[in-house]
Design a protein around this ligand. Structure first.
Ligand SMILES: CC(=O)N[C@H]1[C@@H](OP(=O)(O)OP(=O)(O)OC[C@H]2O[C@@H](n3ccc(=O)[nH]c3=O)[C@H](O)[C@@H]2O)O[C@H](CO)[C@@H](O)[C@@H]1O
Ligand SMILES: C=C(OP(=O)(O)O)C(=O)O
Length: 430
């Protein structure tokens, strides 16, 4: 019988001290996939020990890669013995990032057959942009219950306009184009920190990618990629989550190695909720006693918080910002433009006492502050799960959060980190 894990949280404790975020999940996953392109071993440091990474590692191992854990956060990946084999459908369904195996496998073997990916249930997650890019590079594809991609002749560089700035589609296109014949120009490319990390890592292995950080990438195909090492940066979404938590119930919290360069938009948007944090070199300090108050737009208008591709406000911080808004005085409109079902979790916040109107699947109006009380909750996805943990830590009384397997997908040792800050949170397994 499989055991179920849940969090039991006693709200109302003030948090104080310091916390160190894990490596960026959405960087680790494409970097592990990119190891398939390298003809020599690669070493990845600061790899987060989270479920999604374990699944990705298992997928590569089943393909024949040899993966050694040099220390708890360092992987040495050698893919020289990888051969084209059917991919495990259950593992593919577990994570969205399994689709990231398509680009490197296509570039390396000219053929991929794979089951569809899974990932967070936050709305329909289209893959059309991935196939648009592969087709432009010369691949043919069939999409039935499984995806089949064929490019018997080497992929050929092209000038490609992506129909949306999809993160994983950009990563797949870059990996496929890195070994293509000739030059690819990838327009309307995503430029999130993890996309940039992938491009820099590939360059370290010998790829020739220009325009990193912009929305036009120029990829000069090379004949081979060698080995190399890379240190994954801290997860800016985890940092944004801790800032939110510390602003609500912190008595002074330091976040170490917090990649402040990736938090400029977060800082602007959190300011609308009256939340401030200080940057001290690579660290961030969230001061206590923040007067959480929604700052109206010029003219006294109700402000709006919406997500957008980088350098816009990250979609993965919307749920966190919504919980923050429940404790800030005044009204604020949230417009979730990227995912169709991410906002449904606000029903759980309403059950805890939050004053929120879900206007439609994409918009909700939050009017705080409202005291929250403990509830029995279920975590629908990683970020809503983290948002519910924050709400439970703010609430009066005890909350039970089930389905924390979702939270474990993206946050490493969350309960241990929170306990070290003074939170009353226990992981219970039954
Ligand atoms: C493994 C991984 O890296 N997952 C991340 C990746 O998912 P993923 O790569 O799947 O997300 P995409 O960037 O493809 O798209 C996310 C959503 O935004 C919409 N969209 C996208 C681009 C655009 O210009 N306009 C637009 O509306 C898409 O239709 C989709 O509904 O990026 C998402 C957006 O940052 C994050 O939430 C996920 O955590
Ligand atoms: C949506 C997320 O992840 P994935 O794309 O892996 O489902 C996330 O990290 O919030």
């Amino acid at each position: 019988m499989t055991r179920e894990a849940f969090f039991v949280i006693e709200g109302g404790r003030r948090l104080r001290g310091e916390v160190r975020p894990g490596g960026n999940k959405n960087a680790a996953l494409p970097l592990i996939a990119a190891a398939l392109l390298a003809e020599e071993p690669v070493v990845l440091r600061n790899v987060p020990r989270i479920r999604d990474v374990r699944t990705m590692v298992q997928l590569l191992s089943e393909l024949g890669a040899s993966i050694e854990e040099l220390d708890p956060h360092t992987l040495r990946i050698d893919t020289r013995d990888v051969r084209p084999r059917p991919l495990n459908p259950e593992l593919c369904r577990d994570i969205r990032a399994s689709i990231l195996l398509a680009g490197p496998l296509l570039a390396r073997f000219g053929y991929v057959e794979m089951p569809p990916p899974g990932g967070d249930v936050i709305g329909r997650r289209r893959l059309d942009t991935h196939f648009l890019a592969f087709e432009a590079l010369g691949a043919r594809y069939e999409v039935n219950r499984i995806f089949r991609l064929r490019a018997p002749d080497r992929l050929q560089g092209q000038d490609i306009l992506l129909d949306e700035a999809s993160v994983t589609a950009t990563e797949n296109a870059v990996m496929a184009a890195a070994l293509a014949r000739g030059t690819t120009v990838l327009r309307n490319a995503a430029s999130e920190p993890h996309v940039q990390a992938l491009c820099h890592f590939l360059n370290r292995l010998g790829a020739r990618i220009e325009g990193i950080g912009s929305n036009t990438l120029v990829i000069h195909g090379v004949d081979r990629l060698g080995g190399g090492e890379w240190e994954i940066e801290s997860d800016h979404i985890e940092v944004g989550s801790f800032i939110g938590l510390a602003a609500l119930i912190g008595d002074g919290v330091w976040i170490r190695r917090a990649v402040p360069q990736h938090l400029r938009m977060v800082q602007l948007v959190y300011r609308r909720l009256g939340v401030h944090f200080e940057v001290h070199g690579e660290d961030i300090y969230v001061p206590p006693e923040q007067p959480l108050r929604v700052i109206p737009d010029i003219g006294g208008h109700i402000p709006k918080i919406e997500d957008a591709p980088w350098p816009g406000f990250p979609a993965d911080l919307m749920s966190i910002a919504i919980v923050m808004a429940t404790q800030a005085a005044g009204p604020v409109l949230f417009h979730e433009k990227m995912f169709e079902s991410r906002l449904y979790f606000v029903d759980k916040l309403i059950a805890m006492g939050a004053r929120i109107v879900l206007c439609d699947p994409h918009r909700c109006l939050v009017h705080g502050p409202s005291p929250l009380h403990g509830e029995r909750l279920e975590s629908p996805d990683i970020r809503a799960g983290m948002a519910l943990v924050i709400a439970a830590l703010c609430a009066e009384g005890t909350s039970v959060i089930r389905n924390i397997v979702q939270i474990d997908r993206g946050y490493e040792c969350l309960d241990e980190k929170l306990r070290a800050l003074g939170a009353a949170i226990e992981r219970v397994e039954r």
